[in-house]
Each structure stands twice: as structure tokens, then as C-alpha cells.
Design a protein around this ligand. Structure first.
Ligand code: HEC
Length: 111
């Protein structure tokens, strides 16, 4: 038993630190980009700007809703950079900014 632990513990710890090191966006940096480029339509916390949605004849789902959260990171990135439905593509975002925005959107998930 004791010997087995000697083997497995480093494996578990190793996997944990690998997950930490995996590249991923920063929700904190994403918030700054969001405030600048998305907030006017999507609201302070992604809840959606209702009067603007009416004006655009669009339905803006809360970004934290399970419908939006069910999308993959790749889909979210595509929606942002190429546009989706009535939303125009958001131009001039760096790859990092898009990663950060996805991290920020994930941080809005309803718990
Ligand atoms: C001009 C207003 C406007 C701006 C600016 C805008 N959006 Fe949107 N967004 C919309 C509308 C309207 C929709 C709904 C589109 C539809 O389904 O017709 C939408 C949909 C989305 C969706 C898909 C949600 C779903 O229903 O699956 C994501 C993700 C999203 N926006 C993220 C962003 C991010 C991130 C930014 C900033 C980089 C941004 N949007 C900027 C108006 C906007």
C-alpha cells in the first residue's frame, strides 16, 4: 500500500500542475476587453441590454445562461470574431483578447 502511494501521489500532483500550466485566457483581462467592446450590448455582467436588443430586433441571451455556456470555446470565439445572428463581428481583437473574453464568459456561468 505504502509503495503504491509513492507511485501514484506524484502522478496526481503532476497532472494537477499540468492543468495549471495549460494555456487559457484570463477572465480578469477579458473583463477589461468586455467593458470596452461588448458591455454596451451585453450589459454590465452579460445579462444583455434589453432596450438595445429590442432596437436591434434581436434576442440577447444572458452570457451566463446554460444555452450560451453549452457552446464550445471554439463556437464562442467564432461568434465573437465572425458575428452570430444579429450580432456584428467584433474586429481588431488579438488572439489573446479572444481567449480572455472566453475565460470571462465562462466566469459568468450561473453556479
Ligand atoms: C452591437 C451590439 C453587440 C456587441 C458590440 C456585441 N454583441 Fe454579442 N451579441 C449581440 C446580439 C444582438 C446577439 C444575439 C445574436 C442573435 O442570436 O441574433 C449576440 C450574441 C452573442 C453571443 C452568442 C450568444 C448566444 O445566443 O449563443 C456571444 C458569445 C456574444 N454575443 C459575445 C460577445 C462579445 C464577447 C462581445 C465583445 C467582444 C460582443 N458579443 C459584442 C450584440 C452585440
Amino acid at each position: 500500500m505504502r509503495i503504491k502511494w509513492l507511485y501514484t501521489a506524484p502522478l496526481i500532483l503532476g497532472a494537477g500542475s499540468f492543468a495549471w500550466a495549460a494555456p487559457q485566457g484570463s477572465a480578469k483581462d477579458g473583463k477589461a476587453v468586455y467593458d470596452h467592446s461588448c458591455k454596451s450590448c451585453h450589459g454590465m455582467n452579460g445579462e444583455g441590454n434589453e432596450s438595445l436588443a429590442k432596437m436591434m430586433h434581436a434576442k440577447i441571451l444572458p452570457l451566463g445562461s446554460k444555452e450560451v455556456q453549452a457552446k464550445s470555446d471554439a463556437e464562442l470565439k467564432k461568434d465573437i470574431t465572425e458575428g452570430v445572428g444579429k450580432m456584428p463581428a467584433v474586429k481588431n481583437l488579438s488572439v489573446k483578447q479572444v481567449d480572455d473574453l472566453v475565460a470571462f464568459i465562462r466566469s459568468l456561468a450561473k453556479k
